[in-house]
Design a protein around this ligand. Structure first.
Ligand code: SAH
Length: 247
């Protein structure tokens, strides 16, 4: 039997990959991933069996990875952008293993997820409790997503939106959040962090709609909580030191 690695490759550029991810990719003889992610790791693909797939072929990709790892001697890397756990391939692979009652040699290699990559580009918006929510309604019904948005807004968590692809759902979600937050609450819109087409916008709950055209498949949005403020081009959520100490 071979080994299956589920590898997070980080947000994009090579220098945001972990050393472990790089080592595992280099040592693999089979690499499987969504075509866009394979482009991001072009530097390690030479001489390997590379299996690309389009979006919405996740189940094919996961099953192929499992089959390949069942073959002797294969070292297989199934790649996800960011971290494989966070709306990536890990959940599906483990689910398939459990359903098929398989026992294979498997390891998850964590990566820098989009929330953290986007946050780094904005300064320090995630320095207190935050919630991540995917706005993709391909698998989860919109009503369920908006319920979670309501609870996160009520709880005064900083909110990170992944997959803001469905514009109607995004507008509904922001409408809910705006009921709980001040109009000047900072909103960060980070597109393609650490990739060539990177674009960083810092706006507010009352003005974010002006940037609707800039929001796409590779955008992560961060909405501040009641304490988040803007200083220059930074979005800052204080950790709480000012409550206890003179700073
Ligand atoms: N597993 C990935 C997330 C996959 S879901 C991770 O941990 O980051 C895809 C969503 O991730 C996109 O819609 C976008 O919201 C976010 N994303 C992925 N790469 C990004 C990047 N370089 N910059 C900003 N957002 C990104």
């Amino acid at each position: 039997m071979g080994k299956l690695y589920i590898v997070g490759i980080g947000p994009g550029s090579k220098d945001q990959r972990t050393i472990k991810a790089q080592e595992v990719l280099q040592s693999s003889n089979v690499i499987i991933g969504y075509n866009t992610y394979l482009k991001l790791i072009a530097d390690v693909l030479d001489g390997k069996e590379v299996i690309g797939a389009k979006m919405k072929e996740e189940i094919f990709r996961a099953n192929t990875a499992i089959e390949k790892a069942l073959e002797p001697k294969n070292i297989v890397s199934l790649v996800s952008s960011g971290d494989p756990q966070v709306y990536g391939m890990a959940g599906l692979v483990f689910d398939l293993l459990a359903r098929r009652k398989l026992d294979i040699d498997i390891e998850v290699v964590p990566g820098v997820t989009a929330a953290l990559a986007a946050a780094a580009k904005l300064g320090s918006p995630l320095s207190l409790d935050f919630v991540v929510i995917s706005l993709s309604d391909l698998l989860i019904p919109a009503g369920e997503i908006l319920h979670k948005v309501t609870k996160a807004a009520e709880g005064d968590f900083v909110i990170v939106f992944y997959n803001p692809i469905n514009k109607k759902l995004l507008m509904d979600a922001m409408e809910i959040v705006s009921k709980y937050r001040k109009p000047n609450t900072p909103v960060g819109i980070v597109k393609s962090a650490y990739r060539d087409d990177e674009n960083i916008i810092l706006t507010t709950i009352s003005s974010w709609r002006d940037y609707m055209e800039d929001i796409g498949m590779t955008t992560t949005m961060i909405i501040g909580n009641s304490l988040t403020y803007r200083y220059k081009n930074y979005m800052i959520t204080p950790r709480g030191y000012e409550r206890k100490y003179e700073i």
